[in-house]
Write a protein that binds this ligand. Structure first.
Ligand SMILES: [Zn+2]
Length: 275
């Protein structure tokens, strides 16, 4: 236990030292217009730290540590499987970040960015928007566009880390599974990066999807779902994920259509406002 507490003291100090850099990097990425939202979301974050070097085989309290009150922690732990607290994650409904005691900043920034993009629409039944994905509670939780959201979140994470480096923080970027999906989401991300940032802050997913053409977006979402499915299966077999040129071309074509649709809407809106 002493070991866990020592690590906890160390990461707390590091995070306290880094937090203003982190907030600044997020503001540089999302734009100063969103400063207030960013500061609000990041400051006073509730964190559970977990020790990834230990295997879970006994009391969960030997593997996690937090400054949350004990009864609050007990309540949260009761709601999920123990394994959920032994990996980096942002749990929206408890507003809690689960972060590694190894202080892997790539993971920390990734999870904080999930927190930025998280919007709870309803508590009963639980409906949540997370960036470009959403989930609905219906005999368990059904998640839509989760892999797409994960890949976009990781693209953003890498850019936020670049901002961190620019303002003087040393960060070693660690590889992540989401990178396997970059070849199929790169064109979408570069076409709509500013809109995706806006979406994370506003949570207005319906408006975003409509602005791309619902039908086009559904086709795109379906293709990425299949790619995600394939990638997960390939990774679990410890093989290299590879997408055919045909697949990537089909996706890029859809992105072009969404971009045209999006830009024509903008033009029409522009005309209307001049009347
Ligand atoms: Zn994630």
């Amino acid at each position: 236990m002493q070991k866990l507490e020592n690590k906890f003291k160390e990461v707390n100090e590091r995070l306290n030292n880094d937090i203003n850099f982190i907030i600044q990097a997020f503001i540089n990425f999302y734009g100063t217009d969103n400063s207030e939202y960013i500061v609000d979301k990041i400051k006073d974050s509730r964190v559970i730290w977990y020790d990834e070097s230990s295997d879970m085989n006994d009391n969960i309290y030997n593997h996690i540590i937090s400054s949350l009150p004990k009864d609050e922690l007990d309540r949260i732990l009761k709601e999920r499987k123990k394994e959920a607290f032994l990996q980096s994650v942002y749990i929206d409904e408890f507003d809690v970040l689960v972060l590694p005691l190894s202080y892997d900043l790539t993971k920390i920034i990734h999870e904080i960015n999930h927190k930025i993009g998280s919007h709870i629409v309803s508590r009963k039944p639980l409906i949540q928007i997370s960036g470009i994905s959403y989930s609905v509670e219906k005999n368990g939780i059904i998640q839509y566009d989760n892999d797409l959201n994960e890949a976009i979140n990781q693209k953003m994470t890498l850019e936020i880390i670049e901002e961190l480096k620019k303002i003087g923080l040393k960060v070693e970027v660690m590889p992540s599974w989401q990178e396997n999906l970059f070849p199929v989401i790169d064109s979408f991300y570069s076409a709509f990066k500013d809109n995706l940032k806006e979406l994370n802050v506003s949570g207005n997913l319906l408006k975003f999807r409509e602005s791309l053409g619902d039908e086009y977006f559904s086709q795109f979402s379906q293709l990425i779902f299949m790619c995600g499915f394939k990638a997960r299966r390939t990774i679990s077999k410890k093989e290299k994920v590879d997408f055919s040129d045909d697949k990537i071309n089909a996706i890029d074509n859809l992105v072009l259509k969404m971009k045209e649709y999006h830009d024509s809407l903008l033009q029409n809106n522009g005309k209307k406002s001049y009347k």
